[in-house]
Design a protein around this ligand. Structure first.
Ligand code: ZN
Length: 158
């Protein structure tokens, strides 16, 4: 798998060499990342108008193996392009109700429904983060981790 970030030339080269590959158009906001086939007009449009923008605002995560792209984005919801995956272009799979986050070697749990953020200790004790700016800071700069990884860190095995 290859990730192209501010690298249009190598990205276009990859498209040429992998006509049957997959391209994840990746930008966190405002919408989730969208998966395309390498030949799709939305991601394979290296005309002069788009040159210099192909891998900038949206980086490109490319592979000939769809599963490895899914693995790369972990728990984030992934959309399928309505043009090149018409059969799959439905709503993304539901987002997980909780997200584990790691920041400054601490583990946090974000609960979507209630929009609450907790710091989790190794004994599973949870302390709610009520300060809004602290919360925003953790959500913006923390790294999303898998629940398995969180458990490993909390158990001191990481
Ligand atoms: Zn597409």
């Amino acid at each position: 798998m290859q990730v192209f970030d501010h690298d249009d030339a190598r990205y276009v080269e990859w498209l040429k060499n992998n006509p049957a590959g997959y391209v994840l158009n990746y930008k966190k906001k405002p919408r989730g990342p969208t998966l395309h086939r390498a030949g799709c007009i939305f991601v394979n449009n290296p005309g002069p108008k788009n040159w210099g923008k192909l891998t900038h605002e949206y980086i490109k995560v490319c592979s000939t193996d769809k599963a490895s792209i899914q693995k790369w984005i972990q728990d984030e919801p992934m959309y399928y392009c309505q043009v090149c995956f018409p059969e799959l272009a439905v709503q993304p799979r539901p987002r997980p109700a909780e997200n584990w986050i790691k920041k400054d070697d601490q583990v946090f749990l974000f609960v979507r429904d209630t929009v609450k953020l907790f710091r989790v200790e190794s004994n599973d004790e949870r302390t709610e983060i009520t300060d809004l700016s602290a919360m925003a800071n953790i959500l913006a700069w923390g790294r999303k981790i898998r629940s398995k990884t969180a458990k490993r860190i909390l158990n001191g095995k990481d």
